[in-house]
Ligand binder design. Sequence first.
Ligand code: ADP
Length: 495
Amino acid sequence: MRVLFASSEVFPLIKTGGLADVSGALPAALAAAGTDIRLLMPGYPVAMDGVTGKRRVADLGDSLGVGSPASLVSGKMPGTNLPVWLIDCPALYDRPGGPYQDASGADHADNHMRFGLLSRVAAQLSCEDSPLKWRAQVLHANDWQTGLAAAYLHHWGPRERAGTVFSIHNIAYQGLFPKKVVAPLGFDWSLFGMDGFEFWDQLSFLKSGLVFSDKIATVSRRYAKEIQAAPFGCGMEGVLAHRHADLCGILNGADYAVWNTATDPCLAQRFATADMVAGKAANKAALQSELGLVLDPEAPLLIIVSRLNDLKGMDLVPAVLPAILRLGGQLAVLGTGDAALEASFRAAALQSPGQVAARIGYSEELAHRLMAGGDMLVMPSRFEPCGLTQLYAFRYGTVPVAHAVGGLADTVVDAGYDSLLNGTATGFLFEHTNPGAFQWSLERAIDLFRRKEDWRRLQGAAAAGDFGWDRSAECYQDLYQSVLPHHDGKTRRPV
Ligand code: ADP
């Protein structure tokens, strides 16, 4: 089966969050399972530099009239044989800053064109207009940045086209633009209505993906249910409830080639799962000394590796911090995000040196060391479609303390009476989004941390869990099968 996987960020070429991890690992797992899969992404400078064996394979013209023609560059993902296509369009992608924002943190003013082109090329490679011999049978588009792809296919009405799957990795980000962008993106007004990509008189890339794709996937079963109602649906709950028969939840996986304590090059000391106790002790001591925390093996070391914003529940952390410190805990934070939250973590570190460390920034290496040296991973997310860090934490013997939403509820088994007794507990969950409930779960965790034998059992159960990509890849293969075009020569009617 030939699958085109379109995404705006792919690890290790460029990453701002979980979408990149998924886009790096899922196609690799699908390729290993026999799918003929190609990645498609914008030709950001770092991506152009990062791929190997680059060659130009097609001219794409200036279809959106941005002033410079685009071309398709083919290469391989670094260190692998996985094919990736980059859209080389310097007018849109060759600039400093991140994929969505400039260096000052402001959204690129032409994001609708940047991701309009990504969507358009994805659509082009999925129908008879493709300049390439290889033509997708299934187009798998991811998040709002690729949401217009299915709309282009619908609009063009090609004789033959790929089946389309649209994945929601985070519904809070919707790609909303003023309606004046409709014509520049190459559409007429026929799709700008309630049954199309119009959303409160604006154009929503995300809604386009939800309305025009054959099937919709999201990254956990629980999140698939949650987003069919407010507030989790973020305004899209009506559309999703309407399309519930075509909506499914497939849990993300962890890339155990990257997250493996026995081979991880970032760790102070690598260790096998069987040597978890000694391995973690060595990494904890190294981490405490790296971060300037008091060298104390008995102090529960809580870690945060996250974007710092209210969606991630980070505003709840300062409220529970005094309790953590009172119980002898330490907190190490790695993240970037809202300026006020960044400042508040910096201030906490200044106020309690030796007990709180804040690294405001992005560091893949430190994220690995935190996972290896920490005792608990704090995840009070208000929404969490799947969450990846808890899956990494499991393998690294770091116990998640998390809000029972989305993928967190689907993957963390709360340490209750029964689950502790039968050895299935893997973490701590709290139900209500308030500091009191959060604090209670932290107190339970710190209490159990001091009962060494129970704690090791919990770590063992968490590390033994298999959240690899193979299982998800099988589910995606079934989903792709369900949208394969009929071979009757007729255009498939988009749903
Ligand atoms: P989201 O996609 O909502 O940000 P996920 O838990 O799905 O959340 O994925 C977040 C990914 O980004 C994880 O791989 C996590 O380790 C990584 N990450 C987040 N912030 C940082 C940071 N400051 N430094 C390094 N890695 C980070």
